[in-house]
Write a protein that binds this ligand. Structure first.
Ligand SMILES: [Zn+2]
Length: 101
């Protein structure tokens, strides 16, 4: 009988997060590692993240319901429109100010 895998099994420990950030070579690497971990972004959201999503006054990352995108995937599979996987819950994700240092 197949076992049901929970996403909780994939959560990184504090030590694993520290190991990841130690091998980062600059702020861009660190952003790619730290922002999804602490802001709860999915890979697709991180890949499509733009500066316009950052709400500096509210310290949030506001994920749009959809946006025009010309990346290869969106052009070939999504009629040049990217949408987050879950639009209902992905409108605003609080970001800790320590992420955006
Ligand atoms: Zn795209």
């Amino acid at each position: 009988m197949p076992t049901v895998r929970s996403a909780r099994q994939d959560v990184l420990s504090d030590e694993e997060i520290q190991q990841l950030t130690r091998v980062c070579r600059g702020i861009k690497d660190e952003l790619v590692v730290v922002v999804p971990l602490y802001a709860g972004l999915r890979v697709g959201e991180l890949a499509h993240l733009s500066i316009g999503w950052l709400n500096w006054q509210e310290s949030t990352i506001d994920i749009p319901q959809r946006q025009v995108c010309f990346c290869w995937d969106c052009r070939h599979y999504r009629h040049s429109t990217w949408e987050p996987k879950y639009t209902g819950v992905a409108s605003i994700i609080p970001s800790a100010s320590f992420i955006l240092r």
